[in-house]
Ligand binder design. Structure first.
Ligand code: ARG
Length: 464
């Protein structure tokens, strides 16, 4: 991109005695990254021009010329032949300049009753609205993949963990559904952010609006906004929506990172719960035997990047006086990168899930360690009339005994168990099994396979 001709030709150059230096041009230019907004800039300009004509500010012929020019610009942008130039600062000036080059005077009328301040705010909202729609679709595809896997493993037993120590047996399907819930909340958050951002800033002009009797509702309708930003000063200075989006994206990434961390642990032979498909792993340049879970690690790592963007945007906006300040140009790179990182991570994650091979035997064997059904025995005693605190104590003693014998609680004989509580009968053995433990948890939100199946059915409906 040439930065050759000086800013002598900038639309604002009339006020200045000399052009900006080459360094200042390079420093202030944003077209290198904000050209990503180009299609939205054209879309908003078309709507603005139509409105200007509708309220009698520009003639029919001017509108026709502007529409024709912008249509050509759009196809140039799509074809990759648009002549972007850093000398023209940003996406808005590049497009306006090209329009005037193509259609002459009507192009010079387009910027009536608007400023780049309300223009950029509009473009970013249009861009982010589309990005959110894409992210929502990707979240759904991850959720669908989770449901498929959960359905196949409603009856697969795994050790549920707290403190990363074996806690109680759970259905692997149930464990997967926990992530479904996280993503359901994430989707709600992004949809909520979309609702709030879907308002039109255009018409605020620089900050104080315009002396023309513009029809903002017409432009809002044409661009699919639910309404207008009610205050012109707020319209050009608000970047809440970008921060909200990044915060929502950071939560999604945090959730993915938790799952990725588990995959990384589970693929370690010490766990051996799952195997990732080869196509989602990479090898080592020196150690021939290695198969590393790099995709999961990268998602985990990229989470930090999105967290950083939230902080960057909050810091950008902190203490900014009203209304628009050029600082705001710095909102784009963090926002764009958050969008890219989120959508790419979701896409690769959705692809990786179906390739997970689950080793049921290993999972179940791990659940047999760590006295995972001790709580079931305590609850059994409660049903026999023992107060829970006493039951807890009795089972704790039995666990100590099992530990001293080097065996599992579930491996003790009834006669041995009875030493710790006379309330223990033969039927206690059934509650100590993994199946018994799982199947007893049939309440709403529980891990019993029948309940997990019901939860999957409900989840499927929520996606439809
Ligand atoms: N490139 C600028 C941005 O991204 C557009 C708005 C510039 N407005 C101005 N008055 N300098 O924020």
């Amino acid at each position: 991109m040439p930065a050759n001709d000086k800013t002598r030709n900038a639309p604002w150059s009339g006020r200045f005695g000399e052009p900006a230096t080459e360094l200042v041009q390079r420093f202030t230019a944003s077209v290198g990254f904000d050209r990503r907004l180009a299609e939205f800039d054209v879309e908003a300009s078309v709507a603005h021009a139509r409105m200007l004509h509708a309220v009698g500010v520009i003639a029919k012929g001017d509108l026709a010329a502007i529409e024709k020019g912008l249509a050509q610009i759009l196809s140039e942008i799509r074809a990759g032949s648009f002549p972007w130039s850093e000398a023209h600062e940003d996406v808005h000036f590049n497009i306006e300049r090209r329009l005037t080059e193509l259609v002459g005077e009507p192009g010079k009328r387009l910027h009536t009753a608007r400023s780049r301040n309300d223009q950029v705010a509009t473009d970013v909202r249009l861009y982010l609205r589309a990005a959110i729609d894409q992210a929502l679709a990707l979240i759904k595809s991850v959720q669908r993949a989770l449901l498929e896997l959960a359905d196949a493993h409603a009856e697969t037993v795994m050790p549920g963990y707290t403190h990363l120590q074996v806690a109680q047996p759970v259905s692997f399907g149930h464990h997967l559904l926990a992530y479904f819930e996280m993503l359901a909340r994430d989707a709600q958050r992004l949809a909520d952010c979309r609702k709030r951002l879907n308002r039109l800033p255009l018409g605020a002009a620089a900050l104080a609006g315009t002396s023309f009797q513009i029809d903002r509702l017409m432009v809002a309708k044409e661009l699919g906004f639910d309404g207008v930003c009610e205050n012109s000063i707020d319209a050009v200075s608000d970047r809440d929506f970008a921060i909200e989006f990044c915060a929502g994206a950071a939560l999604v990434m945090m959730h993915l990172s938790r799952f990725c961390e588990e995959l990384i642990l589970w693929t370690n032979p010490r766990f051996g719960f799952v195997e990732l498909a080869d196509r989602f792993c990479t090898g080592s340049s020196i150690m021939p035997q290695k198969k590393n879970p790099d995709v999961a690690e990268l998602i985990r790592g990229k989470t930090g990047r999105v967290n950083g963007h939230v902080v960057a945007l909050l810091t950008l906006m902190k203490a900014q006086p009203l209304a628009y300040n050029r600082d705001n140009q710095e909102d784009k790179e963090p926002l764009f990168d958050a969008v890219d990182t989120l959508t790419l991570s979701l896409a690769v994650f959705a692809e990786m899930l179906p390739g997970i091979k689950v080793n049921r035997e290993e999972m179940e064997a791990a659940a047999r360690q760590g006295h995972a059904t001790a709580t079931d025995l305590a609850e059994y005693l409660v049903r026999k009339g023992v107060p829970f605190r006493e039951a807890h104590e009795a089972v704790a003693q039995a666990v100590r005994y099992a530990e001293s014998r080097g065996c599992q609680l579930a491996e003790l004989k009834v006669s041995e168990l009875q030493r710790f509580s006379p309330a223990i009968g033969k039927d206690a053995l059934a509650v100590l099994t993994l199946e018994g433990s799982l199947q007893s948890r049939t309440h709403l939100g529980g891990t019993a396979p029948v309940r997990v199946k019901a939860a999957i059915a409900k989840a499927r409906k929520s996606l439809a």
